[in-house]
Design a protein around this ligand. Structure first.
Ligand code: COA
Length: 183
């Protein structure tokens, strides 16, 4: 039975688990480093929801955060694909204004694949964003870049639709809230 917990405070051990899990599932060009992930994390320590097993080991995670208008416009207006090249300055805390959310990664350890953990992580993100909206933080959109067929299917099932194709694997997708899972 997995537990779903929100990130708070600096925990380099947990961030190293994220790096190790990324190394299991992503090709090198789609991976961050402990340094790049930590630097972004310091800009918004709410960015992760972790799925952990009974021994408190990382089984999966989802990572999402509000981005600057500068980055939002660069994503929409250029062919540059943004991923680990997102600078900490473009990661924002939640504000009362329009928050444009970038979902940078959702990963499930292959040991737990196909058991609904990815779907649950998406639902946990949506509940978190809903709670933010209840507290007056307007969420404008959620955007992401697909990194695999499985990821494409997962994001599509929550209504994120393609905006731009970068290559055969990676497509920019976006949706306005409320996101709901298709029946
Ligand atoms: C994508 C990922 C998070 C899905 O996690 P998961 O826990 O296996 O997903 P779920 O069990 O909740 O299944 C979600 C849907 O994705 C589909 N799916 C999962 N893995 C898949 C795969 N490798 N190929 C095709 N579809 C896949 C499932 O069939 C399911 O659809 P269904 O409900 O219509 O059957 C996981 O495979 C992963 O970590 N992949 C590597 C990293 C990655 O590419 N992340 C996505 C970035 S956009």
């Amino acid at each position: 039975m997995l537990k779903y917990i929100k990130s708070t405070g600096i925990d380099y051990g947990r961030l190293q688990e994220v790096v190790d899990l990324d190394a299991l599932v992503y090709p090198p060009e789609l991976r961050g480093t402990l340094e790049s992930i930590s630097e972004r994390y310091k800009a918004n320590m709410e960015m992760f929801i972790y799925a952990v097993d009974g021994d408190n080991k990382l089984a999966g995670y989802i990572c999402f955060f509000p981005i600057s208008h500068r980055l939002y416009n660069a994503i929409l207006g250029s062919d540059t694909m943004f991923d680990d090249n997102i600078a900490p300055e473009d990661v924002l805390p939640y504000t009362q204004d329009d928050n444009n959310i970038f979902l940078i990664s959702v990963v499930v350890n292959p040991r737990y694949a196909g058991q609904g953990v990815g779907t649950r992580l998406m639902q946990e993100m949506l509940s978190y964003l809903d709670a933010k909206q209840q507290r007056g933080c307007r969420i404008n959109c959620v955007m992401a870049v697909t990194a695999s067929k499985g990821g494409e299917k997962l994001l599509d099932s929550f209504g994120l639709y393609p905006l731009r194709k970068y290559d055969t694997r990676c497509t920019l997708v976006q949706a306005k809230l409320p996101l709901t899972m298709r029946p």
